[in-house]
Design a protein around this ligand. Structure first.
Ligand code: SAM
Ligand code: SF4
Length: 451
């Protein structure tokens, strides 16, 4: 039983990083509430603050360290405040964080320790606690997350990663790859639909390598597609090397699986791909793109690219720029290489200066911006179906939604409720947003001639 001393009642939980962290925070929130703790969105009212952190790039870590400085000041005013760091940074920086002389932190909990979070927080109120063991079997498949409100439910299908790309910290911070049983995932999908969510997004670092010893990712997509009441299914991130024909066929054949695939390229130079330990050549990557586009005609593709990896000279960089021109992704997440402790590339000499990384990044941003704009312009005049999410952030008189290709679209508020599908004609476009107009439907009571 939990020690229900008045010391620990309200927890402030803040999330950094990817959607997988958002989903982890929802798991933590579920665990905390089940133990009788309440969540607050005001850190100054909390008995404990927990930052769910990201270690993927140095910049992400700096932001968390800055936030911890703010909590140090809060702790000066309220010495009983328990300060915790969860997630990828906890695993990674455990020693430095706990040993820090001006100790702010009371709790460090890695991605596999969330089941015991209430108990760990109670203990951390008395003494510093580090729970950083990685557990090859922990999937949280049986836990009920407390989901953020919205139209989209994030469902972690797979945890950890076995690929060990030479730049990436994930296998060290999140441990080995493991998949949740298909039955648990379908139960989560059904639960999300029963709670009013219209869309589910399956998450995993290489989500298409999903395998629960019986079912593969194609089975999961097909099983989710059969769940009554569910409107849309997405997934992120698939790995190019795990894009089997079975998975492509499932995406193509399941009506609720959206025609949208995020396919991280990282670099188009075979030499750089090899030193990144990405298990494909550029030609093999383009072959995956070809198979996807021929099976799913309207598929929208996005990607991740890293510029300035050690050894990337101008020719290798230009190969990547040409690849963006050739493949014409709908959008791209473009990153400057950031050396991460523990990874293989950490020990390698950096060969590209920060200035040069910045120049390469700016060049790709401009290039991709133009391509995204042209792709959006090609949607002008076409009909799309948007899943409505609610009022547009910039203009509450407009509604915001996403097309099947995950393109942001706004249109005049006509009272369509969040979670509904709405047919729109595209009447305007920028590289990031489409503008729509409702397609005239039959007026109520209008006469219909049946031949
Ligand atoms: N699992 C996915 C894959 O393999 O394609 C990617 C997951 S990772 C969390 C998201 C993206 O962050 C990567 O695709 C990569 O582009 C970027 N990334 C990872 N490590 C990085 C590093 N050390 N420096 C810069 N970008 C990095
Ligand atoms: Fe990181 Fe590579 Fe795994 Fe993606 S596949 S999470 S980049 S190690």
């Amino acid at each position: 039983m939990l020690d229900s001393s008045p010391a620990m009642k309200r927890v402030f939980l803040e999330t950094y990083g990817c959607q997988m962290n958002v989903a982890d925070s929802e798991t933590m929130a579920g665990v905390l509430e089940k133990a009788g703790l309440t969540l607050t969105d005001r850190p100054e009212e909390a008995d404990a603050v927990v930052l769910n952190t990201c270690a993927i790039r140095e910049h992400a870590e700096q932001r968390v360290l800055g936030r911890l400085g703010e909590f140090a000041r809060l702790k000066q005013r309220n010495p009983r405040l328990v300060v915790g760091v969860a997630g990828c940074m906890a695993q990674h920086l455990r020693k430095r964080l706990l040993d820090s002389r001006s100790r702010v932190l009371d709790l460090v909990v890695g991605p596999d320790g969330y089941r015991r979070l209430p108990e760990l927080l109670q203990r951390a109120a008395r003494e510093p606690v580090a729970e950083i063991r990685l557990d090859r079997d922990e999937t949280y498949g049986d836990l009920e997350p407390k989901r953020e409100p919205g139209v989209r439910a994030w469902i972690t299908a797979q945890r950890g990663c076995d690929k060990f790309c030479s730049f990436c910290v994930v296998p060290y911070t999140r441990g080995r790859e493991r998949s949740l049983p298909l039955e648990d995932l379908i139960r989560q999908v059904e639960g999300a639909v029963a709670s009013g969510y219209s869309e589910v997004v399956f998450l995993g670092q290489t989500v298409n390598s999903y395998h629960d010893r019986t079912h593969d990712f194609a089975d999961l997509l097909r099983a989710a597609d059969r769940v009554a009441g569910l409107k849309r299914i997405r997934f992120t991130s698939p790995h190019p090397s795990d894009m089997s024909d079975r998975v492509i066929a499932a995406i193509a054949e399941c009506p609720r699986v959206c025609p949208q695939v995020h396919l991280p390229l990282q670099s188009a130079s075979d030499r750089i791909l090899e030193s990144m330990r990405r298990p494909y050549s550029f030609a093999e990557f383009t072959e995956v793109v070809r198979r996807l586009r021929s099976a799913i005609p309207e598929v929208a593709l996005s990607t991740d690219v890293i510029v300035g990896f050690p050894g990337e000279g101008e020719p290798e960089f230009q190969a990547t720029a040409s690849a963006l021109r050739e493949i014409r992704f709908d959008s791209a997440f473009l990153f400057k290489y950031s050396a991460r402790p523990d990874t293989r590339a950490w020990k390698w000499e950096e060969t590209v200066s920060e200035d040069e990384k910045g120049r390469r990044l700016a060049e790709l941003i401009e290039l991709q911006h133009g391509i995204s704009g042209e792709i959006h312009d090609a949607w002008l005049g076409r009909e799309v179906e948007a899943l409505v999410e609610g009022p547009a952030r910039r203009d509450p008189g407009q509604l915001f939604g996403r097309t099947a290709q995950f393109k942001a679209i706004v249109f005049a508020d006509d009272g369509t409720p969040a979670g509904a599908l709405k047919r729109l004609r595209v009447v305007g476009a920028t590289p990031v947003t489409l503008f729509g107009e409702p397609i005239a439907t039959r007026a109520p009571g209008a006469r219909v001639t049946i031949r």
